[in-house]
Design a protein around this ligand. Structure first.
Ligand SMILES: C[S@@+](CC[C@H](N)C(=O)[O-])C[C@H]1O[C@@H](n2cnc3c(N)ncnc32)[C@H](O)[C@@H]1O
Ligand SMILES: [Zn+2]
Length: 269
């Protein structure tokens, strides 16, 4: 089991059959679809991926297009996970990478996932029952100081301070970020003037960078459904005019570049 903290009094929560409860009797129900909602601030409730984005991401990732990234992640997990490691996926989405981590880390690790979207966590629960899921914000995680050995932050908002806080000394943060030409041909199919991504710096203080593995390959999307799933799982979907979006409806095939960096950091005190 992965241990979460009570969002009200910050004491550990104990999991019972239907609730999580702390020593001050603050209790949080476990939803039918397996997650616990630990968000107490109304202000935070409105963000996160909706059902369509979650479903599109699942449909797309399950076709294996990003398997090279998943495999590179699993190599890192096999390198760093030990018996009893506590691993948190911060901004887990529908759990394609979290589930791979759970497999690679083996039975003796404790895997937790947080996301601000309950639709995402509902989807994780359909993938695997081996991950404890909580609705929570990356900017205020219900996780104890220095309690995790590995944290994951894949294509999600990055809050270094929080990730640093929850990791143990010597703990490992694994991030994935898109590089300059990621999905450029997809953007070109939609926009008259597509932009390249602004590259993020690999340095991420107070963490120490251990390795940066750049992955560049091309994928061939061979159906309109896959093209739409890919587009709908990106934030572009909500920022694109109807007229531009409709350009995708007549495409049955698209080859596009994929460019990621898998970054591994260590918390060194
Ligand atoms: C682009 S998706 C990536 C999901 C997953 N890590 C993956 O790579 O497939 C970003 C995720 O971050 C979540 N998210 C956005 N803001 C968040 C926040 N403040 N706290 C926690 N999760 C957040 C979204 O709901 C979404 O599931
Ligand atoms: Zn409490």
């Amino acid at each position: 089991l992965f241990e979460f903290l009570c969002p009200i009094c910050k004491n550990p929560l104990v999991r019972t059959e239907k609730t999580y409860i702390c020593e001050n009797s603050h209790s949080f129900d476990i939803a039918k679809s397996g997650y616990v909602n630990l968000l107490i601030s109304q202000k935070q409730q409105c963000h996160g991926d909706d059902k369509l984005m979650v479903q599109s991401r699942r449909d797309f990732l399950d076709k294996g297009y990003y398997a090279p990234l998943r495999n590179a992640l699993c190599e890192q997990i096999q390198k760093y996970a030990k018996t009893g490691s506590r691993i948190l996926d911060a901004g887990a989405g529908e759990g394609y990478y979290s589930a791979a981590v759970a497999d690679a880390a083996g039975d003796n690790c404790h895997i937790g996932a947080i996301d601000i979207s309950k639709h995402a966590l509902t989807a994780i629960n359909k993938r695997t029952k081996n991950i404890d899921c909580a609705v929570a914000s990356i900017y205020d995680m219900p996780v104890a100081d220095s309690s995790c050995q590995i944290a994951l932050n894949f294509f999600a908002p990055n809050c270094n301070e929080e990730l640093f806080r929850i990791l143990d000394n010597g703990g490992i943060l694994i991030r994935a970020i898109p590089l300059r030409r990621h999905l450029f041909s997809l953007k070109s199919a939609v926009y008259d003037e597509p932009y390249e991504n602004e590259p993020e710096s690999y340095d991420s203080p107070p963490f120490s960078l251990v390795s940066a593995k750049e992955l560049r390959f091309r994928i061939n999307l061979d159906s309109n459904k896959d093209i739409l799933s890919l587009f709908q799982m990106t934030p572009y979907y909500y920022k694109t005019s109807k007229k531009d979006y409709e350009k995708l409806l007549s495409l049955d095939e698209l080859e596009t570049e994929v460019e990621f960096c898998l970054l591994t950091y260590e918390k060194k005190l």
